[in-house]
Design a protein. Structure first.
Length: 339
């Protein structure tokens, strides 16, 4: 195996100079750096990452916490997949690798991160946790950023869900709908999205002086289509007079479409439907779903930036939010339109 000492002998430079050239550090001349790098390539030199880690106490590895809890989507989630791919690109351009962390083998996230000697962590979708699960990261000042779950003490980059919920209700209200059902994902520690969108949703009703019917709220057991299907069925068992449904995700909305078809309910003629996430299938479903699109690229870029700042011991804000964009399609009927 070729070492920096072999390269030093071949180039006539000292080992420390070779190390600086290969790591991109130091104040070497362009000619010297080029000569060393070209010689290293010709000798098929591969860096000893173990030695580098021991010397710098940095592994150049970022841990990713992503668990497919209650979604049945794997890496196909309309938001998380984009965030993960974009974040990986940014991290790799900065010279880092990523590994996935889990709580398997009876290890906590922190124990797994310590075992892998990661320099920092992005939390995209953790398994359901208790508030203490991430306290070890905070206590040890591990650079962390979250992109879905709001965790006290960890910088979070997330969509403006309250505003999104408000805009969904406002859009339907302006289309003449007053009896609007709200179909939420599970309101647990995994995600505050459903809670925040409901908060904005109710605020819009208040601002437009329309009473919100609590019986038209339904919480799904999971963030997947079968739960949307079952949730819509429960809504229909309680009430038959709502004219629109706001589904907290497009995946849940697909379940609504299936249940509506079984009951011979025409969307949007009988019941209008609006979703969230702009899943890949939303533009191809029947009807095509009016929904909200996350700014996933900006979320991923900012998450990477916030992590880099922490790696360089620069303070970061507790939370950063980006607005979602309304995407109008064909699943909402305008009740104010003249016939």
């Amino acid at each position: 195996m070729v070492t920096i000492y072999d390269i030093a002998r071949a180039t006539g430079h000292s080992a420390p100079t070779v190390s600086k050239a290969l790591s991109g550090g130091g104040t070497l001349s362009a000619e010297t750096r080029k000569k060393i790098i070209e010689t290293a390539k010709a000798m098929n030199y591969e860096p000893n990452m173990t030695a580098r880690t021991l010397a710098t106490k940095k592994s150049q590895i970022i841990g990713v916490i992503y668990d497919d809890t209650g979604m049945n989507l794997g890496f196909a989630h309309p938001l998380f997949s984009v965030i993960l791919n974009r974040f990986r690109e940014q991290i790799e351009q900065a010279g880092y690798d990523i590994i996935f962390l889990s709580r398997h083998f009876n290890m906590s996230y922190f124990a797994h991160a310590s075992y892998r000697s990661v320099d920092g962590i992005i939390i995209i979708n953790p398994a359901e946790y208790k508030s203490g699960d991430f306290q070890a990261f905070i206590k040890h000042k591990t650079p962390c950023v979250s992109t879905n779950t709001i965790i006290d003490g960890i910088c979070t980059v997330i969509t403006e869900n309250i505003t999104g919920g408000y805009q969904a209700a406002e859009y339907l209200i302006k289309k003449g709908h007053k009896k609007i059902a709200f179909l939420s994902g599970p309101n647990n520690s995994l995600s505050t999205a459903g809670v925040e969108r409901l908060e904005g949703f109710k605020q819009a009703f208040k601002d437009y002086n329309i009473p919100f019917d609590d019986s038209l709220f339904e919480e799904c057991d999971y963030w997947h289509s079968q739960s949307g299907y079952e949730g819509f069925k429960r809504l229909r068992n309680r009430s038959r007079d709502f004219t629109a449904v706001f589904a907290c995700s497009d995946i849940i909305a697909y379940g609504v479409i299936k249940a509506a078809e079984e009951e011979n309910i025409n969307i949007p003629e009988d019941i209008s439907l609006i979703g969230f996430d702009d899943d890949n299938g939303a533009q191809y479903s029947k009807p095509r779903i009016t929904t909200f699109r996350h700014d996933a690229i900006k979320i991923a870029d900012m998450a990477a930036e916030m992590l880099f700042q922490q790696l360089n011991e620069i303070p970061v804000p507790p939370i950063i939010r980006f607005p979602a964009q309304l995407i109008e399609r064909t699943s909402v009927k305008d009740l104010t339109a003249k016939r």
